[in-house]
Design a protein around this ligand. Structure first.
Ligand code: AMP
Length: 327
């Protein structure tokens, strides 16, 4: 834990009366959990301060974690401290008004590609940004307060971003911090029910995906979901995008990729996942990035989709030839 950074962040928070917390667009459990978790910790610890979340897009899947806040006008941002959590690049911040803030702090666990904050605190080894916020609380607990609500937000992001504590980024420290959060009184029955429950249509869609997965020569599993299929199953874009997780755990398919027609324009969203093999450099070639084994990217045509796929296939072939012990 970078205690110097944690100290600098807390001292800066103390200097400001208004704090605005931001996250990345297309928010996942970690983006929602870490921002709501930090907001709650700061509200409990500094009741005299105004602490708000300001984001431009939302997740239906995570709406059980509570309401979102209305957007404020530009003047509101001018005297504020902005804190952006879980967002590798400024371009991915959901609310572009972050740039109006007087000072900006970046707190993240993604690969450190852009120091867009005035203060940048990145710990890439953390399983989630929620873990980093929990570590921040833990290190500074003489000056901060937590409760069951804050712990629930952080625990939600911690379990979702670590694949329910499965990924290699999970350490002893992750588990100790998870234990600290549970001790605050997280209702795990309620949390897991919300995380796992799906609409009946989503189960039928899952059946469609499992029946239509394709595998490249070297074993890359993939699926392309077009708009007609989304409409046929009555799915939102977010529900359709979840199909990437239906392809994990196929033997010999160490890389799996979901291509989803974008909700807004002609772009195709790419969600790359892997075990053992590193895929973020491949994602970076296609306007993306992320983690070694979980990245996102964008392609603009079916031809580009094929190009990405053949690069993924070559990457996996090379990996299999030069490594042993993979599954
Ligand atoms: P996704 O498949 O969209 O859930 O993305 C997987 C991981 O990669 C998440 O941690 C995202 O925040 C990250 N990611 C997705 N797209 C990008 C991008 N264009 N640049 C940097 N990181 C990304």
């Amino acid at each position: 834990m970078n205690i110097t950074a944690a100290r600098q962040v807390l001292d800066t928070i103390k200097e400001y009366d208004r704090i605005i917390i931001f996250r990345h667009f297309r928010p996942d459990g970690d983006a929602v959990g870490s921002t709501k978790g930090l907001r709650r910790i700061l509200q409990l610890s500094f009741p005299e301060k105004e602490i708000v979340l300001q984001n431009c897009d939302f997740s239906d899947y995570l709406s059980f974690l509570g309401d979102e806040e209305e957007l404020k006008d530009d003047a509101f941002y001018a005297e504020a401290l902005g804190i952006v959590i879980d967002t590798a690049t400024a371009e991915r911040i959901s609310n572009k008004k972050f740039s109006l803030c007087k000072k900006l702090i970046k707190i993240d666990h993604h690969i450190d590609v852009e120091a867009y904050g005035d203060i940048n605190w990145v710990e890439e080894h953390r399983s989630s940004s929620c873990e980093l916020v929990a570590a921040f609380y833990n290190a500074m607990k003489d000056e901060l307060k937590i409760d069951a609500e804050a712990a629930t937000y952080l625990y939600a992001g911690l379990v979702t971003d670590s694949g329910r504590f499965r990924f290699r980024s999970v350490s002893g420290e992750t588990m100790r911090l998870a234990g600290m959060l549970l001790d605050q009184g997280v209702d795990t029955d309620h949390l897991y029910a919300n995380l796992y429950m799906k609409e009946f249509e989503e189960f039928k869609f899952q059946g469609y995906v499992l029946n239509n997965i394709k595998i490249t020569e070297n074993g890359v599993a993939y699926i392309y979901i077009d708009r007609a299929t989304m409409q046929e199953y009555g799915l939102s874009y977010e529900q359709a995008s979840a199909c990437v997780s239906y392809m994990d755990s196929i033997k010999n398919s160490l890389i799996w990729i979901a291509f989803i027609d974008s909700d807004k324009d002609e772009d195709i969203r790419v969600r790359l996942r892997s075990r053992f093999v590193t895929v973020n450099q491949l994602a970076e070639k296609y306007e993306g990035g992320g983690h070694a084994c979980a990245s996102g990217a964008t392609v603009h045509s079916l031809q580009q989709l094929e190009e990405l796929l053949s690069e993924a296939d070559a990457l996996l072939g090379e990996y299999k030839r030069s490594n042993e012990g993979w599954l």
